[in-house]
Design a protein around this ligand. Sequence first.
Ligand code: BMA
Length: 850
Amino acid sequence: MGKHYYTFFIIIFTFLSCEEKPNKILLLHEDWQFSEVEKIKWQPANVPGTVQADLLRLGEIPDPFLKNNEDSIQWVSSKNWQYKKQFSVSEEILKRTKHFLKFEGLDTYAEVFLNDSLILSTNNAFRSWEVDVSDALKAKNKLLVDFKSPDSIEKAEAKKLNYKLPEGNRVFTRKPQYQYGWDWAPTIKTMGIWRNVSLESYDIARLKDVFLQTKSISDSLAEIVAKFEIETLKAVEITLRITNKNTSETISSTFKTKAGESEFQMPFSIKNPKLWWTHNLGDSFLYDIEIELLHNKNVLETYSKNLGIRTIELVTEKDSIGESFYFKLNGKPVYMKGANYVPQQMLDAKIDREKYTQLIGDAVSANMNMLRIWGGGIYEDDYFYNLCDEKGILIWQDFMFACAMYPGDAEFLENAKQEAIENVKRLRNHPSIALWCGNNENNEGWHRWGWQEGKTEAQKQEIWDSYYALFNHILPRVVDSLSPKISYWESSPKFGRGDKRYQFQGDAHDWWVWHDGYPFEHFEKKVPRFMSEFGFQSFPSPETVKYATGRDSVFKNDPLFANHQKHVRGFKIIEEYMARDFPVPQNAEDYMYVSQLLQARGITMGIHAHRRAKPYNMGTLYWQLNDCWPAISWSSIDYLGNWKALHYKAKKAFENVLISTEEKKDTLNIFVVNDSFKTIKDSLVLKLLNFDGEVIHKKQLAIESPENSSKIVYSLPLETLKFDRDFSVLKINFGKSEYLNYFVKPKDLKLKKEEIEIEVCCSVERSRDLSLPSNSKVLDCARTDNNLCFSVTLVSKTLQKNVFLEADEKGKFDDNFFDLLPNEPKTILFSTESKTPPKLKLKTLNQLFP
Ligand code: BMA
């Protein structure tokens, strides 16, 4: 009896004394130093970061984004670099049984030494690396990371092949391909510890992965399965608890693990689920799901995951014309509007959250519902995808292979496979992920860009086999096994522009415009099923040019900015197209302004043509949303975040309800494109005006625009109307939508030079009845703290084309580059941090006519 009591006490005592501690993650970001290997000069380093960003911060290299400095920093990536750090581990952590060092991103060829022992060698910047350091960890530790220059490694790899792979040695290194120089990017091959480093310690179990997979959705129920990967030191009983924070429902289950890795599944359901939609079609609703790992009732780890309940499907079905290419979100065909995204931060690896939030906000403001993360950049940070989940933007995600043919040896393929596994797993919980795509233009390049020339049949076969193994076996299998509800698409585009099927099947890139010099009208002639790239360059804002040159004004052909045009024929192409459609100004600022109008004209012409062709065409993503440095490029937002004319015009062209026109012979067909899921009945109002404001023709009729459709709602016979094509505009209204149709190119318009009257006022005090003060008067109105907006009201006696407002304060106009109709006042809002009304500069196309 006494012995039993004794045992009982021992058990209680052991239980109390072994209260299990939660798993511990220690970020190792502080106190790093770096040095060139050959020189040994230790200096403080930022982690996460890059060698280049640190050298810049320390004043050891000039800023490669400025002037012609790019060349003078190329030596950096030809050297070897090392990072070191000492760190102490508390007694409490040291007592833990298992310790892992985790590197979430090493760029790229690194050897890691812990306490002078080699613990890791890496060769892929897109993978993360974890090492069991349980035996090597001490109270005081030394960590050393040695980075080899990619140059010599790439050369050695290239030598192993008896042929040259297109396009250069970058294909041997798994790091962002655009860093080797692109037609919008400088060459900056970064090196360094570019993502988090941490020490993870545990005693019993840790959660390695959670996948919340939606199995079925009905109005009354969503069935989800949580799939867990758990690692335990030995066979134990663990409990997993799932709490839906929105409903406060909790479920938990206990499982028996085996030593090492175990997988468990826990189904759960959500009643009357709220679906996740893109922001233009509904609420991007996210459930807040908490996941806990417990042992003996002690919580070892807690995670929060956003769960968006939706289905997304790429529909590629043979039809009478070819093969469809469209996305179904929650069972409904959805038209995709957006742009291609390139990395925002070329030098700094630390995520600038404000920049990310701003850019995704700008995509939402411009009514985009899809971004394509292009394959020459990076798999973005989780923060990026979280923003897209929250804001209702879908992501077309390329794997990071672009415009080249890649090696096919076993080691390379295995490396690429691990990269894919890791990134698909990391991103599969995001409702924003709509598609995985194998590569950008590799297939097109191989078949149409002369890459096969000079190669033997055997060499060609080998290169193609390597392509096939990666993009038609490995990657689709990874997606299918790890994220089975998301489609995989081998290559964007499906067919190049030399292939007849371009127009009838799959996604397409239209580079007839720009690269081949075809007129913008070509966008209207060849409309594909889904346009995943088309674009045209423009200059950035004068602010961005001044930032890059360090000058206080801008010059045409400025030698300090010429290197920021990375397309060999770029300047010439812009000039040629400009002369076709616009007056070509001599003054630099005017030229930059017109280059933006030109880009906006071309790209919106494409967007309109694509949207009118719905449902034949079901998507339009222009090239490119953003810039990675101050550049003349295809972007609609420049490096400093300024909206170019295109971004304002895309915002209009991407509205859910779009009025568009098409002139055929003597008839103007008026379309209403309706992306919403509601039929809209309203009146269509047409007003044909001349530029002095005289009304030549008026018409009003009731029309119906069916849900999710594009339809000709009225055909206006032009031959019956007497009007000057170069001095008239047709204003078309339908509900809140408005469209201005011109009958000739901008350069052929008879625009008059006339003053614009302008009034600036604090928006809260702004009275809607306009009694304009004398010309260009700025009202001095008191500003309250909650008033961050100024209203700017403009009016003119004649039509003013593409009014461009510039303020002396940093801020944003809610519209710009707009047309001002004769005698119709227009009010624009300017949001700013500034307390005083902005001083405005104004430019219009009218001023540029001789
Ligand atoms: C497309 C892109 C990029 C390129 C752009 C402009 O092909 O995929 O490779 O920057 O065209 O040339």
